[in-house]
Design a protein around this ligand. Structure first.
Ligand SMILES: Nc1nc2c(ncn2[C@@H]2O[C@H](COP(=O)(O)OP(=O)(O)OP(=O)(O)O)[C@@H](O)[C@H]2O)c(=O)[nH]1
Length: 353
């Protein structure tokens, strides 16, 4: 489950809890009132539904099937409203409840499902109202006025709820995208890298596809800042970010890992193929200098590569492994790619540069 979905469900859980407690109190009050008015069938339904709401109020906190419970709550709730409106002895004021249908639907179900639920039950509510209250005893223009009031007020509520939910979803997407973006380069940041790794590694494991993790570090970047200034250093970082983005696949995840380090998740790519591709990138970067108004700056990179499964299963382990190989690339003279452990004192391991 993505973080966004978890957040959405938490927000909807809170709304649902408030609604459930209101439904319980309302159910009890209306049950007593309707019982006294002789509408014992409606009173019984309201009492049972009120008690069910109280039970669900506790259940909804922990359930993993939130959306299913919302549907189980909402469908009878709306049917009871419409049934209440259609009962001959009920008052016209029940129609006020029909106006809550879009608000409840959109808040609990989001834009798409909320739209279809609102439309269906609002149309049923309007039909029930007309069946009960449009009468041949009224003159024609009064009937038209009542009808227009009911139809317009219902669809106005639905439009407000729709516009509100659309804006809320767009703002939420915008905030989430900002939270996952590095402001300097526009690439994904570390948080987004973590999130994407969870999704991509789960897919790789399910389809038994390879997944390769690359850590890039620009060589002697400090000297660019020292010689040309921090602003030029920033431009150089943007240049490399654009270069990497242009020369990697859209399906891969490229992130600024921090400072002058970048990370790349290469989907459906084994470590040997990853090594070849990153090495080709390294060579291409050497031929793609960063040009300022005054001069051309040659930028090179070193990279360490690790393989999902072979070198670990979680991102921290894989980055750790890639970082050790990157460190070795730096120690070994920079401007190179390393995807295997260096030869150790006891002779195990090998090295691919
Ligand atoms: N302009 C700019 N510089 C940054 C930014 N983040 C980190 N740096 C600089 O990147 C430089 C990294 O320096 P070092 O860690 O010494 O590494 P290096 O000079 O690249 O040397 P090696 O990694 O050993 O090849 C530091 O001078 C940081 O100030 C940034 O956002 N903008």
């Amino acid at each position: 489950m993505t973080d966004q979905l978890v957040q959405n469900i938490q927000y909807r859980r809170d709304v649902m809890r408030v609604l459930l407690i209101i439904t319980f109190i309302g159910g009890c009050i209306f049950s007593v009132v309707n019982f006294q008015r002789g509408l014992w069938q409606l009173a019984l339904i309201e009492l049972v539904y009120g008690l069910f709401s109280l039970w669900l109020w506790r259940r909804i906190l922990t359930t993993e099937h939130f959306q299913r419970w919302v549907t189980i709550y909402v469908v009878p709730f709306f049917i009871i409203m419409i049934y209440g409106l259609s009962v001959p002895q009920s008052s016209e004021s029940i129609f006020v409840w029909i106006l809550t249908i879009p608000v409840i639907s959109y808040l609990l179900m989001g834009r798409k499902q909320g739209f279809w639920f609102s439309l269906t039950f609002i149309i049923c509510g309007i039909l029930a109202y007309h069946w009960r209250f449009i009468s041949t005893e009224h003159n024609f223009s009064l009937n038209v006025a009542i009808s227009v009031n009911v139809i317009l007020s219902s669809f106005l509520m639905m439009t407000f709820a729709h516009v509100y939910e659309k804006n809320r979803e767009q703002n939420e997407d915008r905030l989430l995208s900002l939270a996952g973006t590095d402001p300097l380069t526009g690439l994904a940041n570390r948080m987004k890298l973590n999130e994407s790794f969870h999704q991509l590694s789960a897919l790789a494991a399910r389809h038994q596809d390879p997944l390769t993790v690359v850590l890039f570090d620009l060589d002697l970047f400090k000297s660019i800042n020292d010689v040309h200034g921090h602003a030029v250093g920033d431009d150089a970082l943007r240049h490399v970010a654009n270069f990497l983005q242009k020369n990697t696949r859209k399906s891969d995840l490229l992130a600024r890992f921090g400072g002058e380090e970048f990370a790349l998740l290469m989907v459906a790519t084994d470590i040997d193929k990853g090594h070849q591709q990153v090495n080709a990138l390294r060579k291409l970067l050497m031929k793609t200098p960063f040009t300022t108004q005054k001069c051309e700056i040659q930028i090179t990179l070193s990279a360490g590569i690790a393989s999902f499964g072979q070198d670990g299963h979680d991102l921290d382990n894989l980055l750790d492994k890639a970082d050790k190989r990157l460190y070795f690339a730096k120690e070994n003279g920079r401007n190179q790619v390393i995807s295997q452990d260096p030869i150790t004192a006891n002779g195990t391991g090998n090295l691919k540069v």
